[in-house]
Each structure stands twice: as C-alpha cells, then as structure tokens.
Design a protein around this ligand. Structure first.
Ligand code: 4NP
Length: 160
C-alpha cells in the first residue's frame, strides 16, 4: 500500500501527515509506503517548517529527514491512495493530472474523519504555533481511520 499526502508547500501539513501515518503504521505493525508532495514549487528541496518539526517532535515523531518536492502527475499511477489536505490542493492535483482514475484514488484527508467539524486541514503557515498542534490532532484522527481501512483490506487479502 503506497500513500501520498499532498498540500501546497510540502513543508507543513503533508510532511506532518506523512510522519503521523508512518509512525502510526509502525505502531500497528502495518507495512505501508509513504511520501508527500506539494502542488506548489516554492519550497522544493527544503526540510519541513521548523514549527512543524517541533510540533511533531513534542509528540515523539521525527520528520526532520523529509524534503519537499512538487506533486507530479505520475504520482496518481505510483500511489494507491492520494490524500489532499484541502479542496484547493485536490483541484490543483486534478488540473495537472486529469486522468480517468483520478477520483478513484484521491480523497480529502478529512474525508476519513467525517465526525470532525472541519472538512479541510487548515494551512498553518501564516498563523500561530497553536495551528500546528491543531493540525497534528486532526491528522492523528484522520490517519488512524485511514490505517483502520488499510488494516481491514490487508486482513481480507490474507484471508483470501
Ligand atoms: P503547507 O503550508 O501547504 O501546509 O506546506 C504552506 C507552506 C508554504 C506556503 C503556503 C503554505 N507558502 O506560501 O510559501
């Protein structure tokens, strides 16, 4: 199972989402591949924003190894599930990769947390530090639900 998380800059939300996913998957003993990308190219090659690194580190997760890259149309073929942080990201992904199977593979991250009051993960870049903690909590809720589904699918596959 290969999962790509996508935001605008690939230095705040999507690397945090990748870090949460790979951490929770490891805790569950689940094997998944993760990556993240940004629809914009402003921060290509950069490490995650220091506030994102700090918020994750407070929760015992290290994302300092990640580096930003731009979303590539071929990502729709390379990954099984593509999770966009907000509706703008999703629109921009479809604009550069308008393939027939686009909608079958892509979702908003918060689609996995239907009980959460927000449908989009808010961009914390221009806000206060608290915004990063809020993003972290939203991502944990949604990513746990993503991994519940992955676990179910893997169980079905091994049971035949
Ligand atoms: P992200 O946050 O999409 O969560 O990585 C942003 C990072 C940088 C910018 C915007 C959003 N920017 O405009 O540079």
């Amino acid at each position: 199972m290969k999962i790509l998380t996508v935001c605008l800059g690939n230095i705040c939300r999507s690397p945090m989402a990748e870090g949460v996913l790979r951490h929770l998957a490891e805790q569950r003993g689940l094997t998944i591949e993760t990556d993240s990308a940004g629809t914009g190219n402003y921060h290509v090659g950069e490490a995650p924003d220091r506030r994102a690194v700090a918020a994750m580190r407070q929760n015992g997760i290290d994302i300092s190894d990640l580096r930003a890259r731009q979303f590539d149309p071929a990502d729709v073929d390379r990954f099984d599930l593509l999770l966009a942080m907000d509706a703008d990201n999703l629109r921009n992904m479809e604009r550069v990769a308008p393939v027939p199977h686009f909608h079958a593979k892509t979702k908003l991250m918060m689609d996995f947390a239907p009980k959460h009051p927000e449908r989009e993960v808010p961009d914390p870049y221009f806000g206060e530090d608290e915004g990063f903690d809020q993003v972290y909590r939203m991502l944990v809720e949604a990513c746990n639900a993503v991994l519940d589904q992955v676990e179910q699918a893997q169980r079905k596959a091994t049971e035949g």
